[in-house]
Design a protein around this ligand. Structure first.
Ligand SMILES: [Fe+2]
Length: 182
């Protein structure tokens, strides 16, 4: 018998909940893969759907020798678009946060402002929006964010590119989301 209100809960009941939650950790990777697949339904005027764009971003990162966390973050960087485009970087960054080092979290958190170089001006925004992050980020994180945006993300809308399939990245997704750090 477990509690119906938290102020009546016991240590033993929380031990069961903790163990069950840990046992079901694989669900996180399942849900991430489900959300990624759903991006195949979203195109919004781009030359590729958003799943292909994410796969291509991750493929480019992997081929440039990025480490596992950066590759998985590249794959998931637009996962927030499955829910809402305007705040998608924050959604993606928070999904990744417990599973990647802080630098990789920051890279995803700021990625829209780095991409803004190519389109913010068309919407009345500042194409140099990335510069507002220069103070807050270390030079290393700023450089990683530039590498991500300029080499992998903004170039990943090419339907003729040899993009790796989601199945290729699935083991890496399961590995990175297997253990939360917080
Ligand atoms: Fe993107």
């Amino acid at each position: 018998m477990t509690f119906t209100r938290m102020d009546e809960s016991t240590a033993e009941q929380w031990a069961v909940i903790g163990a069950e939650t840990a046992r079901n950790q694989g669900r996180v990777a399942d849900r991430v893969l489900l959300l990624l697949r759903s991006l195949g339904e979203i195109t919004d005027g781009f030359a590729t759907d958003q799943l292909t764009h994410c796969l291509q971003t991750a493929t480019r990162a992997e081929r440039d020798g990025a480490d596992d966390e950066v590759v998985v973050a590249s794959l998931c960087h637009d996962i927030g678009k499955a829910i809402s485009v305007p705040n998608h970087p924050a959604i993606a960054a928070e999904i990744l946060r417990p599973y990647v080092r802080p630098e990789v979290y920051d890279m995803i958190r700021v990625h829209q402002d780095f991409q803004g170089r190519h389109y913010y001006a068309h919407f009345g925004g500042d194409p140099n929006a990335r510069e507002k992050h220069r103070e807050a980020l270390t030079p290393e994180v700023f450089e990683l964010s530039e590498r991500f945006a300029d080499l992998w993300d903004q170039t990943a809308f090419d339907p003729s590119y040899d993009t790796l399939p989601l199945e290729h990245f699935e083991p890496l997704v399961r590995k990175v989301f297997a253990q939360a750090r917080m």
